[in-house]
Each structure stands twice: as C-alpha cells, then as structure tokens.
Design a protein around this ligand. Sequence first.
Ligand code: 13P
Length: 253
Amino acid sequence: MAERPYIVGNWKMNGTRAMLSEARAIDRAAQRYMKAEVAVAPPYTLIHAVHREAEQIGVGAQDVFPGEDGAHTGDISASMIADAGAKFVILGHSERRADHKETNKLINAKIDSALDAGLRIILCCGETLKVREAGEAEEFVLKQLKASLPQIDDAAERLTVAYEPVWAIGTGKTATPKDIEAMHKAIRQLLDETYGEETSAEVRILYGGSVKPDNAREILSIPEVGGALVGGASLSAESFLGIVVAASETEDA
Ligand code: 13P
C-alpha cells in the first residue's frame, strides 16, 4: 500500500459541541499512532470547532453543494467548507443516495466543485443486500464507480474510494474477508484501468460497514484494504482509537 492506513470517522448527523472533547481526545491520541492517518468528518456545525482542536487529525465534511456561492438557501459550498478548515469531503454515501435521491450525475457535479475548491474526496460505493444476493455486487459497484470516478488528470492524487456494502452499515454485519478482498481487487483493477497502475497505487480503498475495534485488525489486514470509514464506532474516542491502534499495529505486522 502506497500510504499509511487511513482511518476516517464519519459522524453522520451526530454531535453537538459536547463532542469536541472526543475530537480533542482523538487528536491527542492520534499523535502517538503516526503509522495511521486519522481524520473525522463531523456535521457542518462542528467543522470549524473540530478544526481548531485538531493538531494532528484531518477534518472533513459529509456533503457539499455542487456550485458556486450564491442564492441557494440552506446549502453549503465547497469554498465555505474549505474556509471552515475541512480538507476533504465524503461523497456518494449510500445514506445520501437514499435519503436525498442523489444520482451519479449529481455526485459528479459535487466532485467537480470539491476538486475546484482544493478538497480531497472520499467517494463511496456499495451494493444493497438484494444486489449481493442476486450475485451482482461486483458488477453493480464497478458500474457505480465508473459513472463517478473523476477523469481530471490530477484528481486521483486527491481521491480515496470507500467500499461500503449498504447492508453492513450500522447493522453489526460485515462482509466476509473473502468478499471484501474480491471487491477491493475489482475496484483496484478499475482504478488501474482508469488512471494507470502508478497513479492508481496512490488511491487508497477503504472498507466501511460496522468496523469496530474487535474486527478492525482482521479487516485492515485484508489485501487492498487501505483503511476504514467508520460510522458508529467513531462517535467515542475510546472505540475509534481502538481502530486507530489496530491500524497502526497492522502496519507493524
Ligand atoms: P457504521 O460504521 O456505523 O456501520 O457506518 C459505516 C458508514 O456508513 C461510514 O460512512
């Protein structure tokens, strides 16, 4: 793997200022586990405050409006996110595809806006249980990715892909190591074809879906798993740091 394992906490629609103490604890501890790269994506309301706490960890957003600043009531632009201290944005998450009917076309527009503002991107993909049970998971995920991988020359340097099977998110279920490895290898092949092997090697492929301290070690040691996108277990410093420790120990192994 080209870079350190990347462990990203997606706080989703959770967190008030009381969570800042967790962010501080995550940041201070991350300074002791430099073999992993650690980041959190709090809700918009906390981005700037978490950024001010963060000496070591990266801070990102969970969405962006696809366009310039202007008359769009209630929306937040990429430049506003960057100004608040965010360095990346999570796009294409299955919860946004489901809750807000986000299409690949819209996700593409968001990717363009984020790249224009200098942000890095974590692009999510993943199949539903119905698709997996029909034996079409790989085909579905690759099609989803093909439709939204940025084609801009230097975009790959700022790209991370996250494979998150929808049925594994928040359910306590995880895909088997064999299935994770097969999907990550298929994604790597697509990245190789799209960007060439050298550039593709710079793109980490994260796994997401019920990653916890007690399964992190196994998941993070699967070939082609370059880190984890963590929901529920990122909401407390204790459980999130359990995953960070597992990531830095996997690097030693
Ligand atoms: P959980 O870790 O809660 O399953 O969430 C995963 C996820 O959706 C991260 O983006």
